[in-house]
Design a protein around this ligand. Structure first.
Ligand code: GUN
Ligand code: ZN
Length: 432
């Protein structure tokens, strides 16, 4: 296949802008380019230099649009796509009223295939090139999602959601079937093409200690997989966990005691953490995943980005569809900004963009493969139109620098701001 050169403004990160001054962490080039070869990024640099070095490459010129790594959503629930934006409930009632009845529909593999395709296409329309998804208790819901991702050449993370209590009859497995089915799915999917398996106990209230232990044993047998779950999202939930696990020191301890605390663990929400939980996450290197539109939509609380980053805890960013109220990582960055403001901190646009790309990739242990414009990474790329609506255009027209030009798109942009999405080097949103 012929090499492709894409031109535009480029944004690449050399370091974490929470730890390194922005000017050193981020590299921006106003007339930049990315050389794509064999689905991967082969060079990033000045457009004219790249053109001179690669005279036979096909050129796609995005003008003044911003070329960035594709967005990486580090926690979402594809089976909740069709019930996003359901009104009026907090976590436990929301699960019982809206979520579980919808997830029960995934007993039908055809429905799972339909919603998988819909979700992945929505992601691509929003510039998101990697999703990390919970599936349902049905093994076929996992296969449907991995198959739909493979058809789109997307790198995704997913796993069978395991629940053996506090869920409806038709949404419960057992410790043994959860173990057996998850093991079979790991063998079928993990590492095949761009698929990564995450062992997925939904959260401590819907698993017995036996099931958590079975998941912990499976993770120990398959340390190459990720593990995803929920942690300390709402105060009522934490009280419930305390009642269900009376000997646990805290919520994280319900996972720790069953072999489910580790560096390759992804702990969604993590809002109301105890000091011991923060210490353990920092020691072990587990990642927490910030889901800001969900945390405000379901009324969960204000994630402590600054405090957790100061402790060097790995933080990913996520939509948490359909607890989250948007498929867009732009809207998710806006919500992360707003939540941080309510805690007294203004996140820089570079920090928001880093979280939505490399930050999430680090949480998934896929840094260098996805989430960055670096040589050797997959050419999973989003191209942003920084003037996609009249409201955004009139504000960005006044910008003094790229960050000021970008920020209105982060705050007000939606899928109209995604001029193009590339997956493994192929344009997938619009005809090139
Ligand atoms: N906690 C357990 N399950 C869920 C879920 O599906 N969404 C959210 N937001 N929190 C959860
Ligand atoms: Zn979730």
């Amino acid at each position: 296949m012929k090499d492709t050169l894409i031109f535009g403004q480029t944004l690449a990160f050399q370091a974490d802008p929470f730890q390194t001054p922005i000017a050193d962490a981020a590299q921006t080039t106003s007339h930049g380019g990315v050389l794509i070869r064999g689905g991967k990024i082969a060079a990033v640099g000045d457009a004219d230099t790249l053109r001179a070095q690669n005279p036979t490459a096909r050129i796609i010129d995005h003008g003044t649009h911003l070329i960035t790594a594709g967005f990486v959503d580090a926690h979402m629930h594809y089976p909740q796509t069709a019930m996003i934006a359901s009104w009026g409930k907090r976590l436990i009632d929301w699960l019982n009223t809206y979520t579980f009845p919808e997830e029960a529909r995934f007993a039908d593999p055809a429905y799972a295939a339909d919603i998988s395709a819909r979700t992945l296409d929505l992601a691509l329309a929003h510039g998101t090139t990697t999703l990390t998804s919970f599936c349902t208790i049905h093994p076929a819901s996992v296969t449907a999602f991995f198959d739909a991702a493979e058809a789109r050449r997307m790198a995704v993370v997913a796993g069978k959601t395991c629940m053996d209590r506090n869920a409806p009859d038709d949404l419960r497995d057992t410790a043994q079937t959860a173990y057996d089915d998850s093991k079979t799915l790991i063998a079928a999917h993990h590492g095949k093409g761009r698929a990564t398996y995450a062992i997925t106990p939904r959260f401590s209230p819907t698993s017995t200690p036996d099931q958590l232990a079975a998941m912990g044993a499976l993770w120990a047998e398959h340390p190459e997989t990720l593990m995803q779950t929920h942690l300390s999202e709402q105060l009522d939930e934490i009280d419930w966990v305390r009642g269900l696990y009376p000997t646990a020191r805290d919520y994280l301890d319900t996972y720790e005691a069953h072999g489910l605390l580790g560096a390759r663990g992804l702990y969604g929400h993590a809002i109301h953490l105890e000091p011991r939980e923060i210490d353990r996450l920092a020691e072990v290197g587990g990642a927490v995943v910030h889901c800001p539109t969900s945390n405000t939509f379901i009324g969960s609380g204000l994630f402590d980005m600054t405090g957790l980053k100061a402790r060097q805890i790995t933080v990913g960013l996520a939509t948490d569809t359909g607890g989250g109220s948007s498929f867009s990582m732009l809207r998710t960055m806006a919500a992360a900004y707003e939540v941080a403001q309510l805690r007294g901190h203004a996140l820089h646009p570079a920090q928001l963009m880093w979280l939505a790309t490399e930050g999430s990739a680090r949480a998934l242990h896929m840094s260098g493969q996805i989430g960055s414009l670096t040589v050797g990474a997959a050419a999973d790329i989003a191209v942003l139109d920084l003037a996609s609506t009249p409201a955004i255009a009139q504000r960005s027209a006044r910008a003094a620098d790229l960050w000021e030009a970008l920020f209105p798109t982060l705050m007000m942009g939606d899928d109209r701001a995604i001029a193009q999405t590339y997956v493994a080097g192929q344009p997938v949103k619009r005809q090139a």
